[in-house]
Ligand binder design. Structure first.
Ligand code: SF4
Ligand code: SF4
Length: 73
C-alpha cells in the first residue's frame, strides 16, 4: 500500500505534517502531499499510518502500489 492525501477531503489543516516520523509529508503551494519514497507507512514504529490516525478529515487514502504507479507514474 501507499498513502496518498486526497485533495478533495484534505482541509489543509497541517495536523499530519509534523506527526510524520519520516518527514514524508510536505506542503506545496496549494496542497499537502506524501513523498512515497520517504513514507514507510509507520509500520516500524507505530504499526499503523500515523497520518491517517491523526487526520480529522479522513483525508488519507490507502492506494495499492501498482495502482499508484499507474496514476502517478
Ligand atoms: S491532517 Fe488531514 S486534513 Fe489536515 S493537512 Fe493532513 S491530510 Fe489534510
Ligand atoms: S504513513 Fe507514516 S511515514 Fe507515511 S506519510 Fe503517514 S505518517 Fe509519514
Amino acid at each position: 500500500m501507499t498513502l496518498v492525501i486526497n485533495e478533495d477531503k484534505c482541509a489543509r489543516c497541517g495536523v499530519c505534517e509534523p506527526e510524520c516520523p519520516n518527514e514524508a509529508i510536505m506542503q506545496t503551494e496549494d496542497a499537502y502531499i506524501i513523498d512515497p519514497s520517504l513514507c514507510t507507512e509507520c509500520v516500524e514504529r507505530y504499526g499503523q499510518p500515523l497520518c491517517e490516525a491523526v487526520c480529522p478529515n479522513n483525508g488519507i487514502d490507502r492506494v495499492k502500489k501498482s495502482l499508484y504507479k499507474k496514476l502517478f507514474g
